[in-house]
Design a binder for this molecule. Structure first.
Ligand SMILES: NC(=O)CC[C@H](N)C(=O)O
Length: 366
């Protein structure tokens, strides 16, 4: 097997073995605690620019299948795991994770101490890292210096958002889905409820969106720092109060920023499939799928029209918001699951109900 190194910006080196593409790669290294769901994770555009470490020790055992992609091409910069399963065993498996990553030119490293790496990320926060080319002799000091000097990429959204609008027809509620780097699971959930969806790029204006006479607007997840997505924030600001809105993850953050709140970078993010979130209105706790590095600052809600509806039980940060006057609600976690538990899938039904109430009662709030 060919050797490969993962080098962190502080010069820490992990020696392991190469899988996937043989090229070198660089990005922010993050960890996810999901025990399954690597196919959804590596194709979730919110991971754009990141090297993803899987804390679960065996990855790849059920291969890659045709059904579980969350986008057409993977956005991750690299994959890190303790042990890669070489021979997948599953009736749905079309090819191995290794073969898939070769086909997509994405490098991976296995055979390293992922617990140690996770502890470093937990204590240092966002860490830039490089995966070396297979069997390359790397100059560690030089690479650490390059990493320190390279800023994290800004405005990832424009890289993963579609260039033009496209329809996903249905006979039900007409929803404009702003795609900031959408997981297909969101579109699937709307399709399941027979919504007539128009998927639009991140920089579509509110005026253009309203010209389609939507019953509701869906704000998708997406990569990077929400504060970079100024066009999306402006669009949302101009949509507030005009039509029901449901936002997920980056969509939640952008809605909050558009309403005057502020975001901040979490020390090491929430990524995994078992994050407990409490709904403050019902007192119920749901297990949720999460993948975010930023969150909304609770203090910054003062003076806004926003109310906290959900909190993360692990660290008390905001996981859901709603507008006090208008039919708008957003969550920081992923009700579309993919991967992860489906406890909060009902939020899509609540969105449909909200659009129905709005259609019946007219714009009472306006
Ligand atoms: N999944 C998402 O939409 C992530 C939102 C944002 N990029 C964050 O890291 O916080």
């Amino acid at each position: 097997m060919k050797k490969r190194q993962l080098i962190l910006e502080d010069g820490t080196v992990f020696n392991g073995y190469a899988f996937g593409s043989e090229r070198a790669s660089q990005g922010e290294v993050v960890f996810t605690t999901g025990m399954t769901g690597y196919q959804e994770t590596l194709s979730d555009p919110s991971f754009y620019g990141q090297i993803v470490t899987f804390t679960y020790p065996l990855i790849g055992n059920y291969g890659i299948n045709r059904d579980d992609f969350e986008s057409i091409s993977p956005a991750i910069r690299g994959m890190v795991c303790r042990e890669l399963a070489k021979e997948p065993s599953n009736f749905r498996s079309d090819l191995s994770l290794h073969d898939y990553l070769v086909s997509q030119d994405i490098p991976g490293i296995e055979g390293i101490d992922t617990r140690k790496l996770t502890r470093i990320i937990r204590s240092k926060g966002a860490v830039k890292a490089m995966l070396t080319a297979a069997d390359e002799e790397a100059n560690i000091d030089e690479i650490a210096a390059i990493l320190q000097a390279t800023p994290l990429i800004a405005n990832h959204v424009k890289e993963v958002s579609p260039k033009a609008a496209y329809p996903s027809p249905g006979r039900g509620k007409r929803v404009v889905l702003i795609d900031f780097g959408m997981k297909h699971g969101i579109l699937r959930e709307l399709n399941k409820r027979d919504c007539d969806v128009l998927v639009v790029p991140y920089n579509t204006s509110a005026e253009q969106i309203l010209a389609w006479h939507p019953d509701g607007i869906m704000l998708s997840n997406g990569p990077g720092d929400p504060a970079d997505v100024t066009e999306g924030i402006e669009t949302i600001r101009n949509l507030i109060g005009k039509v029901p809105i449901f936002g997920i993850c980056l969509g939640h953050q952008l809605f909050a920023l558009a309403s005057g709140a502020k975001s901040f970078k979490l020390p090491f993010g929430h990524r995994g499939a078992n994050h407990p979130v409490k709904d403050l209105r019902t007192g119920r706790t749901e297990l949720t799928s999460q993948n975010h590095g930023y969150a909304i600052d609770e203090k910054s809600l003062e003076g806004t029209d926003l109310e906290v509806t959900h909190v993360a039980l692990n660290d008390g940060t905001i996981e859901g918001l709603r507008h006090k006057k208008y039919p708008i609600f957003t969550v920081q976690y992923h009700p579309e699951a993919s991967p992860g538990p489906e406890d909060s899938n009902h939020l899509f039904d609540e969105f449909i109900e909200l659009m129905e109430i709005e259609a019946k009662e007219g714009k009472q709030h306006a």
